[in-house]
Every structure is written in structure tokens, then in C-alpha cells.
Design a binder for this molecule. Structure first.
Ligand SMILES: Cc1cc2nc3c(=O)[nH]c(=O)nc-3n(C[C@H](O)[C@H](O)[C@H](O)COP(=O)(O)OP(=O)(O)OC[C@H]3O[C@@H](n4cnc5c(N)ncnc54)[C@H](O)[C@@H]3O)c2cc1C
Length: 554
């Protein structure tokens, strides 16, 4: 391994790879160190949504926005946690970072119809959440084998990624020759990729984003080492001047003449830290990969930085269900979209009462679980609902349900009372809840929680369903239920840093040579979640800011 670089980046997710690519493009020599065998971290598991207000892509697609409106929206969404200096840096640099990547790299993002998550807030807009288009993994060549595969529970056949259109085609394949052809082509391409690279090569979402970042980093000469865990920072008269990294059982000192960027993805895989900072951690699950152990934060603290412990929430939450796979491994599934938002379902607590609008975004949904001390809820739907929209791991038709019922993941019953007994919920309470919900849902109303009345929950429902895209009575047996727990997609509390992404000490002074981005830098959203992509948008922006600052361009 090389012993010196201008810039060392610890971690290879969106934050690290953006920073590395930009620094190299600005003429610096860059070494990315990744502790696991795979590049990509949590980013490779993600939806690849990137929230950047006032960006040129949304405007080109006909969605308007302005800096003032973006600021108003963030002020309203972040409340007392609004930090003008950090927000200004984000609003100034986010759109610039997008243009930069478009101009100098193969990273591409596209405008989407996805709305911000707080429709009632001033400055609310559509399309600040940009999505990652499909990318052909073969363009990575042999490096594709080192790209972290998507979460198996989010794909088909182990690593075949599918998008909304593929899903629709799959559902139609037994009725439409065109759909059958589409699915056949997709499966053949997948099997071909599997033969050559051991995995599917058609990449979407976070896998596509990571692959384009990796390709870009390689194109500008970034050096990447996997299975290389950084253990500690080296300091020299108060300045961070390098790292100690372990590879193949050997510890090596590597000097960074211009700076070290911590981008190691927070601590979702660290049980002890989760217990300290994540509410109800023992009841839920994290979807972060094994490498996210809090190393960056702990190394930053060891040289005088501090972790922010004042965020109203320390993670990005999602309700999750889980079952054991054939090897006995627990597989958790995040209920981000589809099922709980779609008509024909409700979520109740263990007393048989609804406690939240099922159409809420994931952060608010689980915040409500935390606030009310709800460690488990139940998603309930009827047969047409399950077959049309699916319930978590139990996908919609034509997928068979047998194995999910046999494993106990999906509880099946011929009546609501039987379902209540099987779930050990008070029968009368659940019957009353469902009857009351059904009576109103038939009219397209939800007087209790106003589900399907705001833009976001209508958007997340089924636009073809009337009168309310999010509501339908639950009437047709068999009925199904699965257990939902409060889980997390990633942590967000990280090192206190300034608007240049420099880690700061107890006096607010930057620690020379040390930067943080992504989950290692305390989230500018502070645990609020104004729109889809709120983590990756900031991660890439502050990765860009750190690199530009090191290059002397800030
Ligand atoms: C299912 C799912 C969907 C999501 N969808 C979205 C979305 O659409 N939009 C969004 O904004 N957010 C989303 N998120 C959250 C988002 O993925 C993360 O917040 C984000 O990817 C964090 O990026 P990062 O670069 O900080 O860290 P990561 O992507 O986790 O990368 C950190 C890397 O550092 C490595 N590392 C750790 N310690 C060391 C060490 N000591 N030495 C060297 N390397 C080290 C890790 O192994 C890892 O590879 C989603 C998360 C999940 C699980």
C-alpha cells in the first residue's frame, strides 16, 4: 500500500467517493481506504435519492424553486435546529456540486415527481429529490465484483434489481406477451451478468449511484484500497497528518499532506453505540452494513472533536418487519413505500388501535412509535390488498405466499376476530378499529389521522384508486398481518463541524487537516427529514465542500 497521499478519505460511500473524486479532479493525489471487502457502504443499499433544493435538473424538467423558498422550507422543517451557516453552505454548494459532477464525472441524477415530506410548510416543493438513473455495471469492469451488492431483501433472485416498471411487468407477465418478453429479457440479462461477475449487472438506485461515483473516482486517478480499516489518526503539533491503517493483518502509517476526510458512515452496526443513541434499539434493526462501526466519529473525538448529542433524532427511521432466511439469518425489510401507504391496509398497536397516519413518511411514522412507546405494531390488509401491493417481504401476485405464512412472517386468518386472536390483540378493539376505519374509508375519509388528505400521502398511495388514493375498506378474506418494529436506515449524529466540513474542537476552532462528511459529520437536518434524499444530498454536498476546501478553492 502507498505510504503517502495529499488526501486520505476514510470510507467509500457517497460522501467519501464524492470528496475523493472532486479532490482528485482538483489535482490532488487521493487515497480512499475502505474497511470492508466492498466499496459503497450504506449508500450502495440506498434508494439513491439525493435531496438538493433549487437545482438545475428540476428546473429543466419544469419544476420551479428558489434559494429563498428552499431556505423558508428548511427554516420551517428544522425549527430551533436550523443552523444558518451550515444551511447556507448546503444551499450554496448543493446545486454547484451537481453541476460539477455532471460536467466532470459520469454521475447522473434526474428530476423526479417526488414531493418534499412536509406539504404544509412554506417553501414546500416537488422534485428536490433527484433520483439515480439505471447504470450498466459492466462499465466498472472487474471492479463490479467489489461494489457492495444491494440488500438481498430489496431485490429478486439474490441480486436482480428491479424498478417500478419491472414490477408492473412482472405482475402482468402471465396475461401479456409483451410483459412476458420484458421479464424474460430481464432475467436472461441478469443470468448473463451472474455468470460473468457473480451478480446482476443492471444497477439502479443507490447501487447505480455508488457505481457511477466509483467509475468517476477511478477515471480521475483516485487510488482505492478495500479491506483496509483505519484505526487511528496521526497528529503532528495539533494538525492531523495521516492515519494508521490495517490491511492483511499489518498496520501501516500513511501520511496525508493536505487532509484526512472522515466518511466512515456512522455507527449503525455498532451494538454498544446503538444502545446509547438509538431509542428502542433492542426492539428494532439497523440496515447499515457491517463496516459502519462508528470509527470515524470515535477517531475524531480522540483528537479533540466532539459528537453532537443534542439532535432531536439520531437516525433515519423506518418501520421494519423481519423474518429468518433459510440460513437462520434475520432479514429486515424497511416499509418505506407501497404497502402501508396503499388502499386496503391499516397499522395498529398491540391494543388494536391505530396510532398514526399510515401515509406518514418513515421518519415521522417511527418518531410517533418512539414518542408513544410502541415497540411493535401490526400492518393489516385484506387479500386483494396483499395481492395487489404486497406486504413487506411477501411480494404481490404472482409471488406465492405459502412460505411467509408457514414461517409466521405473515399471519393469515379468515376473519378479523381470528386475526386478532392470532396476534393476541383484544378482539373487540380490533374489530371496532377495522369497522370504524372501513366505514370512513369507503367515503375516502380518515377523520382520525387524515391519511390521504395531504399531497405526500396521496402521492404515495395508488393514483388509480378513488375517491382517496390511500384509503379502501379492509373487507375481503383471508386477512393478513405482519409485525412492524421501529428500525433505522442509518445514524445521523456525528462530529460537530463547520460550514467547510472541518471538524471543530471544544472551542469551535477547526482541527487543522481534519474533515468529516456524510454520517460522520453531524447531520445538518439534525434528525429532521424534510424530503427523500436528505442524507445523500448533504453527504455529497459536504464531501464536495471538504474537497474544495482542501484544494484551496472554497
Ligand atoms: C434501504 C436504505 C435506503 C436508503 N435510501 C436513501 C435515499 O434514497 N436517500 C438518502 O438520502 N438516504 C438514504 N438512505 C440512508 C443513506 O444510505 C445513508 O445515510 C448514506 O448512504 C450514508 O453515506 P456515507 O457516505 O456517510 O456512509 P456509507 O455509505 O455507509 O459509507 C461509509 C463506508 O465507510 C466504511 N468504513 C467504516 N469504518 C471505516 C474505517 N475505520 N476505515 C475505512 N473504512 C471504514 C464503511 O465500511 C462504509 O463502506 C437509505 C438507507 C438504507 C439502508
Amino acid at each position: 500500500m502507498q505510504q503517502q497521499a495529499d488526501v486520505i478519505v476514510v470510507g467509500s460511500g457517497a460522501a467519501g467517493l464524492t470528496a475523493a473524486t472532486v479532490a482528485a479532479k482538483e489535482g490532488l493525489s487521493v487515497l480512499v481506504l475502505e474497511s470492508t471487502g466492498y466499496f459503497g457502504g450504506t449508500t450502495a443499499y440506498s434508494g439513491g435519492g439525493v435531496w438538493i433544493p433549487n437545482n438545475h435538473l428540476m428546473k429543466a424538467a419544469g419544476y420551479d424553486d428558489s434559494r429563498e423558498e428552499a431556505e423558508a422550507y428548511l427554516r420551517a422543517s428544522l425549527g430551533t435546529e436550523y443552523d444558518p451557516k451550515i444551511v447556507d453552505a448546503f444551499l450554496d454548494n448543493g446545486p454547484e456540486m451537481l453541476r460539477y459532477l455532471e460536467q466532470h464525472t459520469v454521475v447522473r441524477l434526474t428530476a423526479s415527481p417526488v414531493p418534499d415530506y412536509a406539504p404544509a410548510a412554506p417553501g414546500w416543493h416537488i422534485s428536490r429529490c433527484l433520483l439515480t438513473p439505471e447504470y450498466d455495471g459492466e462499465r466498472l469492469g472487474p471492479m463490479l465484483r467489489q461494489l457492495r451488492p444491494p440488500l438481498p431483501q430489496m431485490v429478486l433472485l439474490g441480486s436482480m434489481q428491479i424498478d417500478f416498471n419491472d414490477m408492473a411487468q412482472l405482475q402482468q407477465m402471465l396475461r401479456s406477451p409483451a410483459a412476458f418478453l420484458h421479464v424474460t429479457k430481464m432475467v436472461v440479462k441478469f443470468l448473463w451478468g451472474k455468470l460473468r461477475y457473480g451478480r446482476g449487472t443492471r444497477l439502479i438506485n443507490g447501487n447505480a449511484l455508488t457505481a457511477t461515483l466509483l467509475r468517476s473516482a477511478l477515471d480521475v486517478g483516485v487510488k482505492l484500497e478495500n479491506n483496509a480499516r483505519v484505526h487511528n489518526l496521526i497528529t503532528d503539533n495539533g494538525k492531523v497528518s495521516g492515519v494508521v491503517v490495517e490491511k492483511n493483518g499489518q498496520r501501516t502509517k500513511v501520511t496525508a499532506s493536505k487532509g484526512v476526510i472522515l466518511a466512515s458512515g456512522g455507527f449503525g452496526a455498532n451494538k454498544e453505540m446503538r444502545g446509547r443513541y438509538i431509542p428502542m434499539a433492542e426492539h428494532g434493526w439497523s440496515l447499515q452494513p457491517e463496516g459502519c462501526q462508528g470509527d470515524g466519529i470515535n477517531m475524531g473525538v480522540a483528537v479533540g472533536g466532539s459528537m453532537n448529542e443534542t439532535n432531536p433524532a439520531n437516525g433515519i427511521w423506518s418501520p421494519m418487519s423481519a423474518m429468518r432466511d433459510e440460513n437462520g439469518e434475520l432479514v429486515a425489510y424497511p416499509h418505506l413505500f407501497f404497502d402501508r401507504h396503499s388502499p386496503g391496509s391499516i397499522v395498529v398497536d398491540r391494543f388494536g388501535h391505530r396510532f398514526v397516519s399510515e401515509g406518514f413518511h418513515y421518519q415521522n411514522f417511527v418518531n410517533t412509535m418512539h414518542k408513544n412507546g410502541i415497540t411493535e405494531g401490526f400492518l393489516i390488509g385484506d387479500h386483494p390488498f396483499q395481492r395487489k401491493y404486497g406486504m413487506g417481504l411477501a411480494r404481490p401476485a404472482p409471488y406465492p405466499l405459502g412460505s411467509f405464512i408457514r414461517s409466521g412472517y405473515l399471519v393469515e386468518a379468515d376473519s378479523i376476530s381470528e386475526l386478532a386472536r392470532k396476534l393476541r390483540i383484544d378482539v373487540a378493539a380490533l374489530e371496532h378499529t377495522v369497522a370504524e376505519f372501513n366505514r370512513n374509508a369507503a367515503l375516502g375519509k380518515d377523520p382520525e389521522f387524515q391519511r390521504g388528505e395531504d399531497y405526500y400521502s396521496r402521492f404515495m398511495g395508488d393514483a388509480s384508486h378513488e375517491p382517496n388514493p390511500s384509503l379502501a375498506p379492509i373487507t375481503t378474506p383471508p386477512f393478513y398481518a405482519l409485525e412492524l418494529r421501529p428500525g433505522d436506515l442509518s445514524t445521523v449524529c456525528g462530529l460537530n463541524a463547520n460550514a467547510n466540513a472541518q471538524v471543530i474542537d471544544a472551542n469551535g476552532e477547526p482541527i487543522t487537516g481534519l474533515y468529516a462528511a456524510g454520517l460522520d459529520m453531524n447531520s445538518m437536518m439534525r434528525g429532521h427529514y424534510p424530503g427523500g434524499g436528505s442524507s445523500l444530498g448533504a453527504a455529497m454536498t459536504f464531501g464536495y465542500v471538504a474537497a474544495q476546501h482542501i484544494a484551496g478553492r472554497a
